[in-house]
Design a protein around this ligand. Structure first.
Ligand code: SF4
Ligand code: SF4
Length: 309
């Protein structure tokens, strides 16, 4: 059975990448499982999706602990232990990292014996969100490394899974995926099928019982009302909504009505203002504004500007 884990950040298309890979394997007549695993509810948080594929019915359930292929769409996750990129890896685990650094760079830096393959990050951007199409690179790369997915199946899977998008978006994803697929031709089939894991090998975890803490210690601030103001959720933000006053029609405040954090208020002129201390960057307001008056900027650019870099 093939066991593949794809790591990325919320909003980078990792869940869709897993679905495309699963669909492509299904088209190649494999039994398939694919599912995403989310962390915190926000863009930019580490997430992963996983895909199992075999020629027999798959009885394994749950997240993949011993992957044959680990795909990393965002190299910055490698330094975050909570992202779990290295969880359960073995010597025969193949790593694909979407990175402008070489395989040797990562091999030395990580000090692991696993096969590491890199491909440059996509130069293409989703101009609306300022994101690379790295997930498309990953899908094409994974397809080639498995060695059992044809170009036709990959293309068909992308068309089916992205069918709600415009034709140009689908074509861009196909182009980037197939480019990665072509570039890794010398690594075709490098990922080996893993053996089935027997239920007999299940080992009970050594649970640690933390000492009980009274509510006054473990949650000291929740006795007061209106405490959400104390949580500065603006620190979560990786993308920043910006209201364009020229385009805003001062409508019936749709943006603020849908904001889950009540982070949009009206100033004395009745114009929407964003409270960046509490805006977590979910971008619901961007989607709701009928005038498309709220644009999106990458937070890291804003931070650099503020530092004068
Ligand atoms: S202001 Fe917009 S992006 Fe920020 S939390 Fe509210 S809806 Fe989300
Ligand atoms: S939804 Fe759009 S047009 Fe309406 S107040 Fe908000 S920014 Fe302005």
């Amino acid at each position: 059975m093939y066991r593949i884990r794809l790591h990325g950040r919320g909003g980078q298309g990792i869940k869709t990448a897993g679905r495309i890979l699963g669909e492509a394997l299904f088209l190649e007549k494999y039994e398939v499982q694919d599912a995403p695993r989310y962390g915190a509810e926000r863009r930019g948080a580490p997430i992963f999706s996983y895909v199992r594929a075999g020629k027999k019915p798959i009885n394994e359930r749950g997240i993949i602990l011993h992957p044959g292929l680990v795909v990393v769409a965002d190299e910055t996750l490698i330094e975050i232990p909570a992202a779990g990129v290295f969880q359960g890896i073995a010597e025969n685990t193949v790593f694909f990292i979407c990175s402008n650094e070489s395989s040797d760079f990562w091999r030395k830096r990580l000090g692991i014996d696993s096969q590491i393959i890199t491909l440059s990050q996509s130069e293409e951007y989703d101009t609306a969100l300022d994101f690379h199409y790295n997930s498309s690179v990953c899908v094409g790369a994974a397809g080639r490394l498995l060695g059992v997915i044809s170009k036709e199946s990959l293309k068909q899977a992308i068309e089916e899974e992205l069918s709600v998008f415009e034709k140009t978006v689908i074509e861009k994803n196909i182009e980037i995926s197939l480019k990665a697929y072509d570039e890794l031709s010398s690594y075709e089939g490098i990922v080996k099928r893993g053996v089935g894991i027997s239920a007999d090998s299940y080992r009970r975890l050594n649970w640690v019982e933390p000492p009980f803490e009274g509510a006054d210690i473990s949650a000291p601030a929740i006795y007061d009302s209106g405490t959400s103001e104390l949580a500065l959720t603006g620190l979560w933000r990786t993308l920043r909504p910006v209201v364009n006053k020229e385009l805003c029609a001062l409508c019936w405040h749709l943006c603020g009505s849908f904001c889950p954090d009540s982070a949009i208020y009206l100033d004395e002129d009745g114009a929407p203002q964003i409270d960046y201390e509490h805006c977590k960057g979910c971008l619901i307001c961007v989607m709701q504004c009928p005038r498309r008056a709220i644009s999106v900027e990458a937070e890291h650019k804003k931070t650099k500007e503020a530092k004068g870099a």
